[in-house]
Design a protein around this ligand. Structure first.
Ligand code: BGC
Length: 444
């Protein structure tokens, strides 16, 4: 088959035309309903035990933001009137040994970081602080400050945490490290944090999205529609629902998706995440590149042992490739050199760029489709304004991701797309944990 035909086939296997988008939205709504009813569904629809903040919350809070490659601790002051101070933050790197070792060591490392932070911020043992804990994994929440881990995602696998209350594990560890002045008053997913942080200042914000190492979203649901909720329900009350959309599995997988899934540490799970998030975007591209090399359509079939290795092509590389507008595509050439591909023609580099574009455009279209599904669950006719707070490296750093999402939103909704405002909510998950700790303090 001629190379242009093969490229066309690949392009088709990644395309999501409008009728398919509509089908996905229907299935998304059905899965949301089932999840809310407590029936079997790929969408867990987890009640977050918290509504949006009022904007009036005040006080100094600490937040612990854990769930991506970096782990952060921050302190910030909520001033009321929707205003907050710039957070004072410290970042720590989570190494493989922390995320794949024993629970004790995992939480021990976190406690040591908290100790360092308190020392650095000069918060003495006598000064009590409430802490909001953002833990960005699927949690079966049982109260505002407790919840057990359902399963790990994003390559984390510390033993002895699944099924356990992560707040209890952290509390025990803090005490073991002689930290007595920290009260963990809220546990939140990063999407919930992002929504809380943005809605503290913007009342129209009702959706929080993460497009980073992993992907997920949450939104504000009427309590009467959360059929599996058996707790107290006041009239007109709302609760934030953590959708866990990364696990949505009603999407068409092509041969590359299936290969990636089969080789992953969690086959059959996080199907949407594997098509969209930063942990996998580069890997999908890599599988297509290897296929093209094997078919002698790239680099005269000369293999790169580096590219043969899983995850050697990163999502940052996808961004770099798609940012290269230089004559001769020199940055792509430089990247290929690093991958041990020392000879490439400008046409081949253009083909690499095209492949990245195909893969990331699908990711952006799936993200937009999922956002419209969430908004139309709350407001089927999109009759009011909605702010969607988005955080994460893919949305922030990829040169065309946000624009492609926006174009897709318009394709689906036409003029009504202007009622959905997608905004970057930088560091939302960390700030939001502090806001939720404040909401918890105000309601306790
Ligand atoms: C986790 C979610 C999280 C998302 C973004 C996913 O892998 O399951 O809980 O919100 O990553 O960090």
């Amino acid at each position: 088959m001629a190379s242009s035909n093969i490229l066309k086939n690949v392009e088709e296997s990644f395309s999501i035309p409008l009728p398919e988008i509509k089908r996905i939205m229907e299935r998304f709504h059905r899965e949301m309903e089932k999840g809310l009813a407590g029936e079997r569904s790929s969408l867990k629809m987890i009640p977050a035990y918290v509504d949006r903040p009022t904007g009036k919350e005040k006080g100094k809070f600490i937040a612990l933001d854990l769930g991506g490659t970096n782990f952060r601790i921050l302190e910030l002051e909520l001033k009321g009137g929707g205003r907050m101070s710039e957070p004072k933050a410290m970042s720590f790197v989570l190494y493989k040994k922390h995320i794949t070792g024993r629970a004790e060591d995992f939480f021990g490392f976190i406690s040591n970081c908290v100790k360092t932070f308190l020392r650095k911020r000069k918060i003495s043992a006598g000064q009590k602080r409430s802490l909001g804990f953002t833990f960005s994994f699927p949690i079966r929440q049982t109260a505002i400050a407790s919840g057990s881990l359902i399963n790990w995602t994003k390559g984390f696998s510390a033993k002895g945490v699944v099924g356990e209350d992560v707040v209890r594990l952290l509390r025990i560890s803090l005490l073991r490290h002689r930290i007595h002045n920290i009260e963990i008053s809220a546990l939140a997913n990063d999407t919930v944090g992002t929504l809380a942080a943005k809605s503290y200042e913007d009342k129209a914000c009702d959706t929080g999205v993460i497009l980073g190492t992993g992907t997920n979203a949450c939104y504000v649901e009427e309590m009467s529609k959360i059929r599996k909720w058996h707790g107290f329900r006041s009239k007109d009350a709302h609760m934030i629902i953590n959708i866990e959309w990364g696990n949505f599995n009603k999407l068409k997988q092509n041969s590359y998706d299936r290969e990636l899934d089969e080789r992953s540490y969690n086959p059959g799970q996080q199907i949407l995440e594997k098509m969209v998030s930063g942990m996998y975007l580069g890997e999908v591209v890599r599988l297509v590149l290897v296929d093209f090399i094997e078919k002698q359509l790239l680099f005269k079939g000369v293999e790169s042992p580096i590219l043969r290795k899983g995850h050697s092509f990163k999502s940052q590389d996808v961004s770099l490739v798609e940012s290269d507008d230089s004559k001769g595509l020199r940055n792509i050439e430089f990247l290929l050199n690093k991958l041990n591909i020392s000879r490439s023609t400008p046409e081949e580099r253009m083909l690499v760029k095209k492949i990245c574009e195909i893969v990331s455009t699908r990711a952006a279209r799936i993200s937009a489709t999922a956002i419209v599904s969430v908004v139309t669950k709350m407001d089927p006719k999109v009759s009011r304004r909605h702010t969607v707070a988005i955080d994460g490296s893919v949305y922030e750093k990829h040169p065309h991701f946000a624009k492609r999402m926006h174009d897709c939103l318009q394709e689906i909704l036409g003029k009504k797309a202007s009622r959905i405002k997608m905004v970057l909510a930088k560091d939302g998950s960390g700030k939001g944990a502090a806001v939720i700790a404040a909401v918890a303090a105000a309601t306790s």
